[in-house]
Design a binder for this molecule. Structure first.
Ligand code: UGY
Ligand code: MN
Length: 243
């Protein structure tokens, strides 16, 4: 049905809500039979890019700029790297360091969330390739709340300059405070629904929605409905603010 100009999507200086009705498919160089929906990039003022890659059967994703993090939303992909092949199923993820030559393909089709960021070095040795499954990561309660669980997909060490976590809220559970912090966020709603407060505004959000929060964007979330709400969330992390 024609929406006559209505959408929940909003673009403001401190945040973006990107809902599926406004997604436009594009391509990146090297891709074949794989479309991308770019949710956020430096064009909006972000220090990273995040996009959803939609592989048709036999599709290939183009080259990364910077480090790449992959999270399989649906289907299966293969990542060929250093002469070996990693097969990633739904809810599996991979971290690929900047400059590591690799090829992402899908035989039967897949939807994959992709994050890319240029690496900011620290004293630590830069990280190596890492793969895992989200359900295998131990869940930690946020601020002692057993109904709000965080799974940190990457090790919390100074080798990494960003974090990607999942956060799972039982129905009716909310962040205990409005957060304001230097880190920016890229967030994809994976399951359920809720209300996101961003800056001065309140938004109903649901699975499939994307949110970007600029540094210092006031933020709060409460889960609504009968099922848990879960999101995948990126933040720049573990670096000096002047680095
Ligand atoms: O890690 C975070 O900053 C997270 N608690 N923020 C959020 O959920 N909006
Ligand atoms: Mn936050």
């Amino acid at each position: 049905m024609h929406k006559l100009g209505h959408t929940r999507s909003v673009r403001k200086s401190s945040h973006l809500l990107h809902t599926p009705d406004t997604f436009i498919r594009t391509q990146i160089p090297g891709s074949e039979k794989t479309a991308v929906v770019v949710h956020v990039s430096p064009a909006l003022g972000a220090g990273f890019t995040q996009y959803t890659a939609e592989f048709e059967p036999g599709g290939t994703l183009g080259d990364a700029v910077g480090q790449r993090f992959l999270y399989v939303l649906d289907g299966e992909i293969d990542v060929a790297l250093d002469g070996s092949q990693k097969h990633l199923l739904k809810d599996s993820f991979a971290y690929i360091p900047e400059g590591a030559k690799h090829l992402c393909t899908s035989s039967n089709g897949a939807r994959v969330e992709v994050l890319e960021k240029r690496y900011t070095a620290s004293r630590e040795k830069a990280p190596a390739v890492l793969t895992g499954r989200e359900p295998d990561i131990p869940a930690q309660p946020l601020m002692d709340n057993p109904d709000l669980l965080v799974r940190a997909l990457l090790p919390d060490t100074f080798a990494f300059d960003f974090a990607v976590n999942t956060m799972t809220y039982q129905p009716g559970v909310a962040l205990s405070m409005v957060e304001i912090h230097v880190m920016e966020h890229g967030l994809l709603m994976l399951e359920g629904s809720g209300i996101y407060k961003l800056d001065e505004d309140w938004y109903p959000v649901t699975a499939g929605d994307f949110i970007w929060m600029a540094p210092y964007c006031p933020q709060w979330f409460g889960a609504i409905g009968k099922a848990p709400a879960k999101y995948l969330i990126y933040k720049d992390w573990n670096r000096h603010p002047l680095a």
